[in-house]
Design a protein around this ligand. Structure first.
Ligand code: UD1
Length: 369
């Protein structure tokens, strides 16, 4: 029988995490041919290559080398290069992940060539179209043919927008698959020793959203609130955030506080291990909110809304925005509650049990051949 020609398109760090277990299954399946495309949206070694090494993934067949730019420049350049790759390879299906510009460019290039397109992590909505990711995920859902939804709520969101139920597949969340596969390695990471940390005696902070870190006053507000918690806060830093801290003249003040410990971006295993043993995660990342939930670590989200609404409904996550008094009040409340983590341990997960990628492969083989 003819092999199914699949073209997953990835480009940013969290897409590698979401796609890793699926790429592995596609690569191993005799009925599938894998043509992995990397757009190069993320290009630093610690933002991309290190994840391929960690997850033992095959190197992408094609790296489009797009790099940074304005949204239009970046998305348009990716579209032009993805179109060429599609025309060259002629896949039976293009697979895109999440909500970054890479996903938008992949879906638009494929749909205009009338190549079937599958969207992994479909149906998420935060309701805030001021976020580029909300625009991306909505457009991608409405032009894709096969929608892989991680949760029931995601399915409902798609149905509410009039999407045909026959194109929606509730498969669970592929980031659970990744976590299940690497749980043992996460437990064995030596990151706490390397940083001189003791379990449950520190907070983790991540912030990289353009709306937070490109705005000096918001970035300053977040850092000042964190410093006032008087709890050691490990801060693995996205390159965008590092550049802005330096440009905004906030770097040395942050270092002087002796509360915030800035470090380079971590690989997946060390990052998850760091969060797993922390007392609290403060973040504006989408994926990290969910990973904190899966690890049953309390999370405060530095945004006014979230697409991961189930984490809020269960009480594991709270939206604190960037108002320093709110961040400080909520962080103090969580840090004072010694039972906060144990209470979360009993929560049921809406994200599935680690079989999403397997379901995606069998659905693709059924629907696309
Ligand atoms: C992108 C995604 C975001 C995702 C994030 C994960 C969009 C619109 N945003 O945001 O949804 O949560 O990836 O990290 O697609 N840079 C480097 N080295 C790199 C990559 C970026 O130095 O390897 C710097 C550059 O200054 C660049 C800036 O970071 O201009 C922003 O990078 P970009 O890819 O545009 O967006 P992210 O903020 O990473």
């Amino acid at each position: 029988m003819k092999r199914l020609k699949t073209m997953p398109v990835i480009g940013v760090r969290p897409q590698i995490v979401k796609a890793a277990p699926l790429i592995k299954l596609l690569n191993e399946n005799r009925n599938v041919h894998l043509q992995l495309v990397h757009t190069g949206q993320h290009y630093d070694i610690e933002m991309s290559r290190v994840f391929f090494k960690d997850f033992n993934l095959p190197a992408p067949k094609t790296n489009l080398g797009v790099g940074s730019g304005t949204h239009a420049q970046q998305t348009a350049t990716m579209m032009i290069r993805i179109e060429k790759a599609i025309l060259h390879y002629r896949p039976d299906v293009v697979i895109v992940f999440g909500d970054a510009n890479t996903a938008l460019a992949g879906a638009l290039a494929a749909v205009k060539l009338r190549v079937p397109t599958a969207h992994v992590e479909s149906g998420l909505r935060s309701g805030n179209l001021a976020m580029p990711e909300e625009v991306n995920r909505t457009v991608v859902d409405h032009c894709s043919d096969i929608l892989f939804a991680p949760t029931r709520l995601a399915v409902r969101n798609l149905l509410n927008e009039g999407i045909d139920k026959d194109s929606i597949f509730h498969v669970g969340d592929t980031m659970v698959d990744t976590l299940v596969q690497w749980r043992r390695a996460i437990g064995a990471s030596g990151i706490l020793d390397r940083l001189g940390l003791r379990p449950e005696e520190y907070t983790v902070l991540t912030t990289h959203r353009a709306e937070n870190v490109d705005d000096r006053s918001k970035l300053k507000a977040i850092l000042s609130a964190v410093s006032r918690t008087r709890t050691l806060t490990v801060f693995p830093m996205h390159p965008r955030t590092r550049k802005n801290l330096i440009n905004f003249n906030l770097w040395s003040k942050m270092k002087r506080s002796n509360i915030i410990l800035p470090i380079d971006p971590l690989d997946y295993i060390d990052m998850l291990s760091l969060v797993k043993s922390s007392r609290l995660l403060l973040t504006d990342s989408g994926g990290m909110q969910k990973e904190a939930f899966l690890l049953r670590v309390p999370c405060l989200t530095l945004r006014e809304e979230t697409e991961w609404q189930e984490t809020i409904a269960t009480g594991a996550n709270r939206l604190v925005g960037t108002d320093p008094s709110k961040i400080l009040k909520e962080a103090t409340r969580v840090l004072a509650n010694k039972d906060a983590r144990r209470k979360l341990a009993k929560l049921k997960s809406p994200y599935g049990s680690g079989h999403a990628s397997r379901r995606i492969v069998s659905t693709l083989l059924r629907v696309c051949r």
